[in-house]
Design a protein around this ligand. Structure first.
Ligand SMILES: [Cu+2]
Length: 118
């Protein structure tokens, strides 16, 4: 009898664990953790690729591979602030379709474009 009760409890615990896991996956896709990702390198004082087109909802990650800090700054849209050498910054998930021309605030010659498709 005690063994049966134990088995029942274990089954219930396993079921709760599965439900919790499913909930985690569900919320992860809602907050963008499962969104497709695109990487832009900040390298040799340039953005690479200099022009990137993504689908709405894509997570775009900028990775500073230079030995100096950079920024990812699109006036009125997004601004990374200082990205230290070796660090990454993400605009989270880009939800608003459009064309974003951006620069490095420290090196205005660094220019690039991000296009977010609907
Ligand atoms: Cu820069």
């Amino acid at each position: 009898m005690a063994a049966l009760l134990r088995n029942t409890l274990w089954t219930a615990a396993a079921a709760v664990t599965v439900v919790a896991a499913v909930n985690l996956l569900g919320s992860a896709s809602q907050d963008g953790a499962n969104a497709p990702e695109q990487l832009v390198r900040l390298e040799n004082m340039a953005f690479s690729p200099a022009s990137l087109t993504v689908q709405r909802g894509t997570k775009v990650i900028w990775h500073n591979l230079d030995v100096v800090p950079h920024t990812v700054t699109a006036a009125g849209a997004f601004d990374s602030g200082r990205i230290a050498p070796g660090k990454r910054w993400s605009a989270a998930v880009v939800h608003t379709p459009g064309r974003y021309d951006y620069v490095c605030a420290y090196h205005p010659g660094m220019k690039a474009t991000l296009v977010v498709q609907p």
